[in-house]
Design a protein around this ligand. Structure first.
Ligand code: BTX
Length: 318
């Protein structure tokens, strides 16, 4: 109601009529909003109006104006958590619906791949885990990492006009620095997926001084690149919509279009790169990705390597 009123007053009577509750209950709802950080002005005979919104990505903020039908329709919001992935795994097991999103203002033990840490300071980023339940074979799940990377790039482009690049498999970079991390995990049997949990961390409003020594040379945020603060909730809503659109396309028509889109945003394809895997460093020409999202590298002997998991960097050699 307050969103529709667009800064105008909404009378207590109107709220109570529309919600079918007493004026005392309306007052309680207003107090709840105040506790969440909304500033509400109350004027006799006119009603209430919102004069200030919290800098938060609470369920209210994310649901107001959300255009999706599935992704983000259920929000599990926490002020501070160890890791949104951990909560998403738990509620997925308990039967959370597809499209449920776990969001936190801060993660105290945010996780990257291979148990690396993901630095997630309070009120500055979009730290979230999305639960999907696709009927696809488990070996195709990595495609959803690539799909999510495309969705996040498109959402960032739409909201900020900045154009990030993708570095296989899961990094989204701006000017060569890490802006987004994606961690895809799943709960599955040998032949059936129960849920895929896509963890996304977007650095939104950090300033240079907010990054610690360890990452300050490799990380960036939208605010640093754009020179202004970005509305985190609007960015997340744009992301939910892009993700939903691409996911529907994927379920209907397969990976084809997603692959083409991914390749247009990828910086490493067509270049000489080094892939550091758990067992070896492989250097060569990045030829592309397979339909399963596997990276193909042709080394100097002409041998094609299929890379399932690695950190990659551009090679200095031409
Ligand atoms: P990754 O293993 O590719 O990247 C982790 C590495 O990135 C770290 O070792 C560090 O060097 C660097 N790094 C850590 N924090 C940041 C940051 N904020 N910005 C830039 N670089 C950083 C990438 O893993 C996957 C990250 C997924 C994070 C999301 S957040 C919501 C969800 N919950 C959770 O615990 N993880 C996911």
């Amino acid at each position: 109601m307050f969103t529709n009123a667009d800064g105008d007053y909404v009378s207590g009577q109107k709220i109570s009529d529309l919600l079918g509750c007493s004026r005392t209950a309306v007052w309680k709802h207003i107090e709840e909003l105040r506790k969440e950080g909304y500033e509400l002005e109350a004027v006799r005979k006119k009603g209430y109006r919102i004069v200030g919104k919290p800098n938060k990505v609470s369920s209210n903020e994310l649901l107001l104006g959300l255009q999706t039908t599935k992704i983000g329709q259920y929000i599990h919001y926490e002020e501070s958590v160890h890791s949104t992935q951990k909560i998403a795994h738990r509620i997925a097991q308990e039967g959370a619906k597809e499209g449920t999103v776990v969001v936190a203002e801060e993660q105290t033990a945010g996780r990257g791949r291979l148990d690396r840490a993901w630095y997630s300071p309070k009120y500055t980023g979009a730290w979230m885990s999305i639960i999907l339940r696709p009927s696809i074979p488990p070996q195709q799940a990595p495609q959803l990492t690539l799909l999510s990377a495309v969705a996040v790039v498109q959402a960032i482009q739409e909201v900020t006009n900045l154009s990030p690049d993708i570095k296989w498999p899961n990094d989204v970079l701006l000017n060569g620095k890490k802006l987004v991390g994606i961690l895809t995990e799943m709960q599955a049997d040998f032949d059936r997926i129960h849920s895929v949990i896509i963890g996304i961390g977007i650095n939104v409003n950090q300033q240079e001084t907010d990054f610690n020594e360890q990452i300050k040379h490799i990380a960036t945020s939208l605010r640093i690149e754009k020179g202004e603060e970005i509305n985190r909730a609007a960015l997340m809503q744009a992301f939910f919509l892009k993700l939903e659109t691409l996911y529907e396309e994927y379920l209907k028509n397969g990976f084809g279009l997603i692959k083409v889109l991914w390749e247009t945003y990828a910086i490493s394809i067509g270049k000489r790169i080094i892939a550091r895997t758990m067992t070896a460093n492989i250097e060569g020409f990045a030829k592309g990705i397979t339909d399963e999202g596997v990276l193909l590298i042709e080394d100097d002997e002409g041998v094609i390597h299929r890379i399932h998991s690695a950190d990659i960097e551009l090679s200095a050699k031409k």
